[in-house]
Design a protein around this ligand. Structure first.
Ligand SMILES: [Zn+2]
Length: 285
């Protein structure tokens, strides 16, 4: 992605220097409010990720420099999401409220409870903040074998997509539904919400590139590779060797790629109604 020298968002809270404190490391990745937040990854067992938590040792100067460069990248991507969503909200006669993004290391306290890095990036509707531990950047490459920098932009744009859903009232509706539904039924809604966040990420790429020409050759392929690598079916197969569609919370690899691509190619926000279209019948197969 062509990101160097571009505007960096000011909506960053850099808490990399602070320890989260009091975290249940290695246990449940997240505190009480697990359902309220939108975690980037579905499927699998978060405990498997706990090795990334081993100690919070000091970074070497070289590691610190690499970490700071990743932080700068995140700030630029966040700024690009601000530009795009302000424009899209304005077109609809609305007003976009920018989210804050918290950079943390190892663990963090959020408005949705404590979280460790094992949870992966997430969005908390209660405080309207996106939370990212930059080590996820390496995890994408090492654990998911996803190359390039654009997958991290996709991750951020996906989380900002949840913020858009929150602004549009969707998060509150889903929370309400959750009280009335079985887990299996609720998971289907979760999948639709996650696929819509993927669609919004693709939509963002479409407009950001139109407004600012941010894309390099291969960036979209990198994002699609990432979407493929983190589908629920793929994660479940890796972690347990078989697939349980009823437990899907984020959608299959094919679905995640499909919706990102649809946002990217159409550039039409009206095409992103995963709740109506959803091809949810796909989940029954
Ligand atoms: Zn998500």
């Amino acid at each position: 992605m062509l990101w160097q020298g571009r505007r960096e968002s000011g909506n960053i809270s850099d808490r990399r220097g602070f320890s989260g404190g009091g975290l249940a490391v290695g246990g449940g990745a997240i505190g009480l409010n697990i359902y309220l937040i939108s975690i980037f990854l579905g499927g699998g067992d978060p405990n498997q990720l706990s090795e990334v938590l081993q100690g919070s040792r000091e970074l070497t100067p070289a590691e610190q420099a690499a970490d700071d460069e990743r932080a700068a990248f995140v700030k630029v991507v966040l700024a690009e999401t601000e530009d795009v969503w302000h424009e899209l909200f304005r077109e609809q006669g609305g007003n976009y409220v920018e989210p804050k993004l918290v950079l943390f290391r190892d663990g963090v306290q959020s408005g949705c409870g404590n979280a460790s890095s094992a949870a992966g990036p997430f969005y908390c509707p209660a405080d309207q903040q996106v939370y990212i531990d930059l080590s996820f950047y390496q995890e994408l490459q090492q654990r998911f074998h996803v190359q390039g920098d654009f997958p991290m932009a996709y991750v951020i744009a996906h989380e900002v997509g949840h913020h858009v859903q929150n602004l549009l009232g969707l998060s509150a509706q889903l929370d309400e539904r959750r009280q009335q539904l079985s887990e299996k039924e609720y998971n289907r809604y979760s999948v639709m919400a996650e696929l819509q966040a993927d669609f919004y990420a693709g939509l963002w790429a479409h407009y950001a590139n139109r407004m600012d020409t941010i894309l390099e050759e291969g960036d979209i392929e990198e994002a699609l590779n990432a979407a493929n690598a983190i589908g629920d079916d793929m994660l479940q197969k890796q972690s347990q060797g078989y697939v349980v569609p009823d437990a899907f919370t984020h959608g299959t690899s094919a679905q995640r790629m499909y919706w990102f691509k649809k946002g990217w190619t159409t550039g039409d926000i009206r095409q992103g109604d995963t709740f109506r279209e959803a091809s949810l019948s796909l989940l029954d197969k």
